[in-house]
Ligand binder design. Structure first.
Ligand code: GLN
Length: 198
C-alpha cells in the first residue's frame, strides 16, 4: 500500500512522518506517473492557488479527478480541502470539485502563526486537537457528507465515501487519529499497484 503525497510546497514532509510512525509507505507525488503508483493521495496544506496552477500545468488536475472516480481515497488538509471543495469563496477560484461543499478561504483572517483549538470528533472519545494556519471555513455541506469533527459548531473534518477533508493540520500534532482513519479507508479500497500475475 503506497500513499502518495502531493509534494510541491507546503508541509508534505510532516504527513510523510506521521505515515511512517503508523508503518505506512509514502511516495512524493509530482507527476502523473507518481500518482499512478499510489493507492491513495494526500493533498497537503500550502497555498491552494499555487497548487492548483501546478496541478493544471502537470496534467495532475484531470488525473486526480480520474483517481477519485476509481474510488481511490484522497485526503485534503487545509489548502488540500480547498482544492477538493466544489465551491470556493474569498475569492472564488476553480477547484477539483470532488466534495460537494462551499469553503471560505482564509476564514480565520490573516493569521501569521498557528492557532490551536480542541473540538468534538466522532473518531475519538476526547476532544481532537486542531491546528489552524490561515485555515478555511466550511460554510455549507451537501446532504450525504458526514461531519467527523467540529469547532464552534461548524464542520472541520468531513467525509464522503473515499474523500476526506480537514480544514486544520492533523499532521502537525502528535495525535495520529485522523491519519489512522484515512489508512482505514485505503484498506477498504481496491489496490492501485498490484495487478494479478498470469
Ligand atoms: N489559506 C491557504 C489557501 O487558501 C491555505 C492555508 C493552509 O493550507 N495552511 O490556500
Amino acid at each position: 500500500m503506497i500513499i502518495g503525497i502531493l509534494s510541491i510546497q507546503g508541509d508534505f514532509a510532516a504527513h510523510a512522518a506521521v505515515l511512517q510512525t503508523l508503518g505506512a509507505q509514502s511516495l512524493e507525488v509530482r507527476t502523473v506517473a507518481d500518482l499512478r503508483q499510489s493507492d491513495a493521495l494526500i493533498l497537503p496544506g500550502g497555498e491552494s492557488t499555487t497548487q492548483l496552477q501546478f496541478l493544471q500545468e502537470e496534467g495532475l488536475f484531470d488525473a486526480i479527478c480520474q483517481f477519485a472516480a476509481k474510488g481511490r481515497p484522497i485526503f485534503g488538509t487545509c489548502a488540500g480541502a480547498i482544492l477538493l471543495a466544489t465551491h470556493v469563496k474569498n475569492p472564488p477560484q476553480p477547484s477539483l470539485a470532488l466534495l460537494d461543499m462551499t469553503i471560505l478561504r482564509n476564514g480565520y483572517g490573516r493569521q501569521l502563526a498557528s492557532d490551536v483549538f480542541f473540538g468534538p470528533c466522532t473518531l475519538k472519545k476526547d476532544p481532537l486537537e486542531m491546528v489552524f494556519i490561515r485555515g478555511p471555513i466550511i460554510e455549507s455541506i451537501a446532504p450525504g457528507i458526514t461531519v467527523l469533527a467540529k469547532l464552534h459548531g461548524s464542520p472541520t473534518l468531513v467525509q464522503k465515501n473515499n474523500l476526506l477533508a480537514a480544514t486544520f493540520h492533523p499532521e502537525l500534532t502528535n495525535d495520529p487519529t485522523v491519519h489512522k482513519h484515512f489508512l482505514s479507508l485505503i484498506s477498504n479500497s481496491a489496490p492501485a499497484t498490484k495487478s494479478p500475475r498470469l
